[in-house]
Design a protein. Sequence first.
Length: 307
Amino acid sequence: MAAALEPYPIGTPGTPWGDNERAQWLSRQVRHRSYRDEVASLIERLAQRFDVEEYGQLDYSPDRYRLLAVRSRNWNDELPTVLVTGGVHGYETSGVHGALQFLDRHADDYAKRINLLVAPCVSPWGYERIQRWNANAIDPNRSFREGGQAEESAALMRLVAPLRGRFLIHIDLHETTDTDESEFRPALSARDGKAFDPDVIPDGFYLVDDSDNPQPEFQSAIIDAVSKVTHIAPADPKGQIIGSDVVAPGVIRYPVKQLGLCAGITGARFTTTTEVYPDSPRATPEQCNDAQVAAVRAGIDFALART
């Protein structure tokens, strides 16, 4: 018989958290790294080649964060527009640094072919604390909707709103980690007063397509490119990845707009959410960043070849 799972250390099983539990959770969060030194400073260096703008501020007293985005310098309204987002979940490191690596090493390859808008680190408080949620114990990647409670999400939506309907591509860079199962999903269950149902973390890279706007050839082109950099997650014995049916090698689907996911904010024809697995013994941090870059490049190349 399997051993009983230990209850999450905050709250009472079966009872949603109140203010006291959220405060207790917040008191346990520790800064492990610097958004200013590791992210913002790199974005500011890119200002020599791109337009860098502050699209919002987060005030989690005593901490304050500038939300920064990077745009093509010679914006041309007649060109297709591409959005790349990283760090919606701040702990997903390769999403942030993959976006920055793409900007630094490859964005110039697409000059005069696309308008590029990149938000490399949507959740800087979470980046510093290696945390999925924001300081209010809210998941930004369930808050991209009218009335959403995460300011990180609301600020990005305001940035994108003037361009909505003009995007050709949106690629949202994420990771699935072992801590999803050991910390973040148990915390979610405790916060919401629900039972925790354990699952299996897939070993490898996969994509989340939009079930309301499926683009199977687009997803397959990205999978093919990334497979040259790192391994693709296999389906589990049920033919699933994290509880969703595998519709093609390394591809599952979610109704992204209905769930309030970042990939649903643009109305783009081509959208995907990448999921890198950084805890695999078969992947290095460099490979994880490279996989994110390969996904962005393959997605742009595919879409441009078909427009």
